[in-house]
Design a protein around this ligand. Structure first.
Ligand code: AMP
Length: 185
C-alpha cells in the first residue's frame, strides 16, 4: 500500500502515519523528519536548510526530492510506504509520479485529513518544536493554503483522494481512515 497523507500543519498527519505504519508494517516517511535529521547531524545539506526550516519556509524542491528518492529506494519501501509532508507543491507531486514510475509503481491512495482552524492552533501550540512559534505557525499555514492545498484537487482529479474528518480524537480519526481503506482495527 502506497499512501500519501495531506493536511495542514497540525492536522495530525504524523500521529496517524505512525499508527498506519504499525498497522500495515510499512515505513512512515516524513520529509520533515529526514530534513531535521540532516540538521541534527550537521551535514552540509543540514546547514544549508536550517534557516528555511526554522522560519517555516519550504526547502528547495531539488534537496527535498533528492532526499526522498534515496529513501524510497531502500528495501523496506518495497511493500509500500506512508508519505507525510511530501509532496508539498505541484512540482513535487509531478516529481513523485515520475520517480515512482521509474520504480514501476505508483501512489494508491491520498488521504486528506481535514481539520478546523481551532484544532490546528490547539494541536500546534501543544507540540514543542522549534518551528512551532505563533509567527512561524501562521507562516506555515499560509504556505499550506497557497502552495500545498492545490494538491487536494490534483489528487481528486487523479481519482485517488479520500477526505477524512480529522476533528476528533486520534483513535476516532484512525478508525475513519481504516474504514475508508476498507480495513478495521
Ligand atoms: P513537517 O515536519 O512536515 O511539518 O515539515 C517541517 C519543515 O520541513 C517544513 O516547514 C519545511 O521547512 C520542511 N519540509 C518538509 N517537507 C518538505 C517538502 N516536501 N518540501 C519542502 N520543505 C519541506
Amino acid at each position: 500500500m502506497r499512501l500519501i497523507l495531506l493536511g495542514t500543519p497540525g492536522a495530525g498527519k504524523g500521529e496517524q502515519a505512525t499508527r498506519l505504519s504499525k498497522k500495515f508494517g510499512i515505513p512512515h516517511i516524513s520529509t520533515g523528519e529526514l530534513l531535521r535529521g540532516e540538521m541534527d547531524e550537521g551535514t552540509p545539506v543540514g546547514c544549508r536548510i536550517s534557516g528555511f526550516v526554522n522560519k517555516g519556509e519550504l526547502v528547495s524542491d531539488d534537496i527535498t526530492q533528492a532526499i526522498l528518492e534515496v529513501r524510497l529506494q531502500e528495501a523496506d519501501c518495497f511493500p509500500g510506504f506512508i508519505l507525510d509532508g511530501f509532496p508539498r507543491n505541484l512540482n513535487q507531486a509531478e516529481f513523485l509520479k515520475k520517480a515512482l514510475r521509474r520504480m514501476d509503481t505508483r501512489v494508491d491512495v491520498v488521504l486528506n485529513i481535514e481539520v478546523s482552524d481551532s484544532t490546528v492552533v490547539e494541536r500546534l501550540t501543544n507540540r514543542n518544536r522549534k518551528d512551532d512559534s505563533p509567527e512561524t505557525i501562521r507562516h506555515r499555514l499560509k504556505i499550506y493554503r497557497n502552495v500545498t492545498a492545490p494538491l487536494v484537487d490534483y489528487y481528486d482529479t487523479a481519482g485517488i483522494l479520500k477526505r477524512i474528518n480529522g476533528d476528533s480524537s486520534l483513535e476516532k480519526v484512525t478508525k475513519r481512515i481504516l474504514s475508508s481503506l476498507g480495513q478495521t482495527i
